[in-house]
Design a binder for this molecule. Structure first.
Ligand SMILES: [Zn+2]
Length: 63
């Protein structure tokens, strides 16, 4: 499994969306709007699959 990441538009930091998936499932995700509460700037960001990427190298354990 990999973490779905997006870039915070305010700080350009990489943030975790809270979604875990694999590459095959990620490729099949519908291109719909998703919302993520940003852990960096505290705002809610709206994103689509095109804005996101999978992070397999540095997996964070978010408890
Ligand atoms: Zn943010």
């Amino acid at each position: 499994m990999a973490s779905v990441m997006i870039a915070c538009p305010e700080t350009r930091r990489e943030i975790y969306t809270g979604i875990e998936t694999d590459e095959a499932s990620f490729a099949k995700l519908p291109d719909v709007l998703s919302r993520t509460q940003c852990s960096v700037c505290g705002q809610e960001h709206v994103w689509t699959r095109q804005d996101a990427w999978l992070s397999t190298s540095r997996r964070k354990q978010v408890a």
